[in-house]
Design a protein. Sequence first.
Length: 155
Amino acid sequence: QMKERYGDDRAKLNQAMMEMYKKEKINPLGGCLPILVQIPVFIALYWMLLESVELRQAPWLGWIQDLSTKDPFYILPLIMGVSMFIQQRLNPTPPDPIQAKVMMALPIVFTFFFLWFPSGLVLYWVVNNVLSIAQQYVITKRVEAGTDKASKSKA
């Protein structure tokens, strides 16, 4: 509605959105907090995996014989890319077409980026994605169930 009302006037659109955020008590940076919390964990895990002598040549699962080195067959980065793509599909599409295209490219970019990361770090990201997918699935089902109950009670 705001895009239709303000058209190409980005300044007025941004001002109206900020007023709406203030009125509805929404923090536009609220979605960044979970990522900001993970950054130190991610960096610490990266350095721990690179420096840990105990993990070197310690067999873990199937094809991965060393969590401190990259996946020799690139299976974990591919699983991470697929899980990231699924997670992205569960979230609403951004209204901005450029942002939507960037979001579509991120799983591909991250997959290539993670090809050279230690397997343990990629495993951390895969587990995080899978847990996020499960969480989003449960939330979506509960919202749908609540919507169904509300529509049945009105009928």
